[in-house]
Design a binder for this molecule. Structure first.
Ligand code: C2E
Ligand code: CA
Ligand code: CA
Length: 715
């Protein structure tokens, strides 16, 4: 049974009649049939009851004193405009006129008097059921209309005989036409997009010729200047004789859907940030080019370009600046893009270049060099001037692996290799690189345990005051005592720590450990010595660094004046303004600052004048071979020392490994020196013995031992 009809178990009948006997009789009969019956003796009372109790059905006497049934019916309909409650008019008038009047006032049906009491309950049930059905129909029709308008769906009919096309209300609304408008074939044709006319005609012919239903999509002018996309499904309708008489179709406005689909297709194939083809599209093109290369027997190459230290830039300058920079990079790469190549943004700071046709492997290197050159010009993003380098991995087909995925992976592996060389370079893929890549993963995993497992060790490399020959300080250098591998040099794990961020916690640990060691020595009576600690780029740019240094210094009780931070010039150049702010902070704390690896970056001495640094560390690559083999380096070192002194900077030479270098540096006026000739990096337990062996009061012996022999000084 239908839901509306049974919703209320017991149904209420309101019987309105001024004749008490009729009311009572009705109540008796209907209550027997399971209805609940309420009575009213005049129209006014009836309307009040109607309002308060909401009966399921009303039996209403037409003729009553004061307010008659017709007026009461009208009043009830005002309260129930949807006509949900059936009202049966009781009338003894059999004339057509009174029936008409009854319907006019909104009655559902009428029952003639005298009432047939036997049939009354049936009449009532019937009226209730049909009212429920029509109510459902009304709801579903309005839902359908609503759904059709939401779906922008309508229907149409093309009557062959008259040649008229009838549009549903929804379509008329869609086309900005009055409801019930019909159009001629020519009028519709006119509205079709000229480029789609032939296509539509072909479809219509196919429906007519073969009677098949057809789906088609075409553009149409809406009459208000807008062009919309319609999807139409049409078929032929046959008359009783089986002959085609009309065409019936549904039409949907799919403009919005099309727009979304187009956008999705775009997003599927282009990176939203840079607008460059994304990795999906790149992969497709790569696959296509690989097929061609195989058929036509030529070489193809790809470049995997990854911006060095991009994560750091993102972290320090914020993602918005990072995004701008990426757009800038994409643009720069596009400007330098060679013909026929595909440039793609793989996501993040990774770009791919496809060179579908190579003469020689050397072509790849040439392109890579071009890209590095293009990126070398500084980028201006907001107030920042940023210097970028990239690491590029290169793979070729058919020289390297088989499928597109493998080729991309190989290029990625080669890119990591380029990173291991310090970035700003490119590498061809070689098959043994996979082995290295696996090793690297294993190293990374082991490194995460290193700090917790106490595998990280400190070494202290002494520094001497060149002029007096006295021990003057020490640089702290890290070692990793990796189980099964022995002592691993920092070159092999510090870059990995940088990338994973491990360097942050490790760096804090190292500083605390160092300062604690200094205090232990002091307690044992050792003279105060300056201690130099290396800060990596990631540490230096970490917003939490200042707090962490502050805390660790406080806890240790070591005077800040004894601490020197070494920062490489490449780190400083990344964001000069920020670097200066951080350095000034350290300077006010009393911490000394040295520029490490000086001479390997781009900064000029004149530039250093603006930085709050006190010391310059000459890179060991310059120091190496001065005096004997390398005339050029000798000149550079000498003038660098002079210029640095003019700027009020102290100069430390590192990597001093023989007596000749030592003597020359002293002669040039260099302030401090450090190197294997003086002492290799020492364990904390070895350091005091070395210091005692070089008793500052015994400086005569110290200097004397630096004759022309290259033997290290006696311990
Ligand atoms: P660096 O800061 O330039 O450190 C000096 C490097 O030169 C040390 O290498 C040292 O052992 C080496 N050296 C000293 N004397 C001589 C010599 O006479 N000849 C030669 N050829 N080399 C000499 P090490 O210990 O392998 O460290 C390499 C680099 O690793 C360091 O270069 C530094 O950049 C980094 N590093 C080491 N320890 C730490 C650390 O605790 N934190 C950070 N952030 N970086 C560190
Ligand atoms: Ca250093
Ligand atoms: Ca150095």
């Amino acid at each position: 049974m239908d839901a509306i009809y049974t919703r209320r178990q017991i149904q209420r009948v309101l019987i309105v009649d001024d004749d008490r006997d009729i009311r009572q009789m009705a109540a008796t009969v209907l209550e027997l049939e399971g209805f609940e019956v309420y009575g009213a003796d005049d129209g006014d009372h009836a309307v009040l009851l109607f309002k308060s109790m909401r009966p399921d059905i009303v039996l209403l006497d037409a003729l009553m004193p004061v307010v008659d049934g017709f007026d009461a019916c009208r009043a009830m309909r005002d309260l129930d405009p949807g006509g949900d409650v059936p009202i049966l008019m009781l009338t003894s008038l059999t004339s057509a006129e009174s029936a008409e009047r009854a319907f006019d006032t909104g009655a559902t049906d009428f029952i003639t008097k005298p009432i047939n009491w036997v049939l009354l309950a049936h009449r009532i049930r019937y009226a209730l059921r049909s009212s429920a059905v029509s109510k459902r129909l009304r709801t579903s029709q309005s839902r359908l209309r609503h759904a059709m308008s939401l779906a922008r769906l309508g229907h149409w009919r093309y009557v062959y005989e008259s040649g008229a096309i009838y549009l549903s209300d929804e379509l008329c609304a869609m086309f900005n036409l009055e409801a019930d408008t019909s159009l001629t074939v020519a009028q519709v044709h006119e509205r079709l997009h000229p480029a789609d006319r032939t296509l539509v005609q072909q479809h219509l012919d196919r429906i007519n010729d073969h009677g098949e239903a057809q789906h088609l999509e075409f553009r149409i002018a809406l009459g208000n200047g807008d062009e919309h996309m319609l999807a139409v499904l049409a078929e032929q309708v046959l008359n009783a004789d089986g002959r085609p008489c009309e065409m019936f179709g549904v039409a949907q406005d799919i403009t919005e859907r099309r727009r979304i689909e187009d956008r999705l297709a775009y997003l599927n194939h282009y990176e939203s940030l840079t607008g460059l083809p994304n990795r999906v599209l790149f992969r497709d093109r790569l696959q296509q080019s690989m097929l061609e290369a195989r058929d036509q027997n030529h070489l193809l190459g790809i470049l995997f370009v990854d911006i060095d230290r991009f994560r750091e830039i993102n972290r320090t300058l914020g993602h918005e600046t990072g995004d701008r920079l990426l757009r800038g990079i994409a643009q720069r790469l596009q400007e330098h893009q060679e013909a026929l190549t595909t440039l793609s943004h793989r996501g993040g700071d990774e770009f791919l270049v496809l060179l579908p046709r190579l003469q020689h492997a050397e072509d790849l290197a040439r392109t890579a060099r071009g890209i590095l050159g293009a990126l070398a010009e500084p980028f201006r993003v907001r107030e920042h001037e940023l210097y970028l380098t990239a690491s590029i991995g290169m793979a070729m087909y058919p020289t390297d692996e088989a499928g597109p995925e493998e080729l991309l992976r190989s290029a990625g592996v080669a890119m990591y290799r380029a990173k291991e060389f310090g970035g700003n370079t490119f590498q061809y893929y070689r098959s043994d690189m996979n082995v290295r890549a696996m090793e690297r993963l294993a190293t990374e995993a082991a490194l995460h345990q290193a700090l917790g497992n106490k595998e990280l060790k400190l070494r202290f490399q002494p520094q001497v005051d060149l002029q007096s020959g006295r021990p003057d300080g020490a640089e702290v250098l890290m070692r990793w005592d990796r189980p099964g591998h022995g002592l691993v040099p920092p070159k092999e794990f510090i870059p990995l720590m940088e990338e994973s961020g491990l360097i942050l916690s490790t760096g804090e640990w190292l500083l605390a450990e160092t300062l604690q060691q200094v205090q232990t020595w002091r307690a044992a009576g050792m003279a105060a010595l300056r201690i130099s600690v290396n800060l990596s780029g990631r540490q230096f740019n970490d917003p939490a660094l200042i707090d962490s240094v502050h805390r660790v210094l406080d806890e240790s009780g070591v005077e800040p004046g004894l601490v020197e931070f070494e920062i490489t010039e490449t780190t400083l150049m990344q964001d000069v303004d920020r670097a200066i702010a951080t350095m000034l902070y350290f300077k006010t704390l009393g911490i000394q600052l040295a520029i490490d690896d000086f001479g390997t970056g781009y900064s000029s001495l004149a530039y250093l004048k603006n930085l709050p640094v006190s010391t310059l560390k000459l890179d060991r690559s310059f120091v190496h071979g001065i005096g004997r083999t390398d005339k050029g380096n000798t000149a550079i070192v000498r003038s660098t020392i002079d210029l640095a002194h003019n700027l009020g900077l102290e100069v430390v030479a590192e990597g001093v490994d023989n007596a000749g270098e030592y003597r020359l540096l002293k002669e040039f006026g260099c302030d401090r020196a450090q190197g294997n000739f003086i002492a290799p990096p020492l364990a904390a337990s070895e350091f005091p013995a070395w210091l005692i062996g070089h008793d500052p009061t015994d400086s005569a012996r110290w200097d004397a031992s630096h004759g022309d022999t290259s033997a290290p000084p006696a311990k």
